[in-house]
Design a protein. Structure first.
Length: 370
């Protein structure tokens, strides 16, 4: 196997693939990236057995075809350290790979390509195509609410749902808050009926990293065990979480009768300031609602107190309710628009946050006892 490639295109592709490769591996081969050359098309594959990513590079001239696996981090570090705009010659012989550029020369040990694990190809039940920007918006608006290492493993990921009306919706929750975003446009779906799958947290984060070109389309295939997303430059495959996602419709507050409308920026700044003196562990703040006024109060065990008053649109019975301020700030950070709408029922019921104009996102935050 032998070929020449520009440093910049190799670094770009390696950067994508190396993100999937774990630093601490149980299997040595998983620390490697698989290089497969077919004339002038080079593909690079990295996997951690949960997520697989294949990057593709078109070479200027055809090389000697072949396949080999090389330590991913070392190869990436070598390529990054070479001067920009330089060319790299890569030659594989027996169990070594030589990387040459200008006066630099590196020899890396390899492992046989046949040992490299292959994520099984399962038949997809649903296929759809959408723009990368649309998919990124769905992930950006909900990803923060995924659980991190919850024993309820099905919460450590994101629900993707295609309903009967051909709408794509994603939902994430950690049990304390819930984020939901629905693509306003219908997507063209090939497949019978709806689908509900849970993409694991690592898969969500890796996929979000790949979505760089908002206008370029991405093709998604959903199967029973895997999800695959492909563009011209890469193919991303992830195992799905085997579990049942909670019925999120039951979590949505049914009839909140106390509606607060306020400036998103003003509320965000007020919450940020009061959070400074909230309890570092529980991050609780108290919201006191009266006619067109919101008082935000935070205390901590050192007997310190912060208080902010914000003018809002609110008419109704006075209400006092506690929340984890981090959860409110996360939502205000992803919402857009001038105004935010907060719907409440009573001190023990969840709050519903959304953009005041008809937005595509809904957020539910559980109250705290303070």
């Amino acid at each position: 196997m032998k070929f020449s490639i520009s440093r910049d295109s190799l670094v770009k592709s390696l950067n994508l693939v190396a993100g999937v490769v774990e630093r601490r591996q149980t299997l040595p081969i998983l620390a490697n990236v698989l290089l497969v050359l077919e004339e002038d098309r080079l593909s690079l594959t990295g996997t951690d057995l949960e997520v697989e990513l294949v990057g593709r590079v078109q070479l200027a001239t055809a090389g000697d075809s072949g396949e080999i696996t090389v330590p991913a981090r070392k190869l990436l570090d070598i390529c990054k350290s070479l001067p920009e705009g330089s060319d790299i010659d890569i030659t594989a012989k027996e169990s070594k790979v030589t990387v040459k550029s200008g006066r630099s020369r590196f020899t890396l040990s390899t492992l046989p390509a046949r040992e490299f694990p292959n994520v099984e190809d399962s038949i997809g039940t649903h296929q759809l195509t959408l723009k990368q920007g649309q998919l990124r918006r769905l992930i950006d608006r909900t990803g923060f609410a995924m659980a991190q290492q919850d024993v309820r493993y099905y919460l450590n990921g994101m629900l993707w749902e295609i309903d009967g009306k051909q709408q794509l919706r994603v939902v994430a929750t950690d049990g304390h808050r819930l984020a939901m975003c629905t693509l306003p446009e219908k997507v063209k779906v090939n497949g019978e009926g709806g689908a509900q799958v849970i993409l694991p947290r690592k898969g969500v984060l890796e996929l979000a990293r790949l979505l760089m070109d908002d206008e370029e389309e991405i093709a998604i295939v959903i199967g029973s065990n895997h999800i695959r997303a492909a563009t011209e430059n890469f193919t991303f495959t992830s195992k799905l979480v085997d579990g049942k996602f909670p019925d999120y419709q039951r979590v949505l507050p049914r009839s909140p009768d106390k509606i607060l409308m306020g400036s998103r920026q003003e509320l965000r700044q007020a919450f940020t300031r009061t959070a400074i003196l909230s309890n570092e562990k529980y991050r609780g703040v108290r919201l006191k609602l009266t006619q067109d006024t919101l008082d935000i109060v935070a205390n901590n065990p050192e007997q310190e107190e912060a208080e902010e008053t914000v003018s809002v649109e609110f008419s109704g019975e006075p209400l006092e309710i506690g929340f984890n301020v981090s959860y409110l700030l996360d939502v205000l950070g992803v919402l857009s628009g001038e105004q935010v709408k907060l719907s409440l029922a009573d001190p023990n019921s969840s709050a519903l946050l959304e953009e005041s104009e008809a937005g595509d996102s809904l957020y539910v935050v559980m109250p705290m006892r303070l």
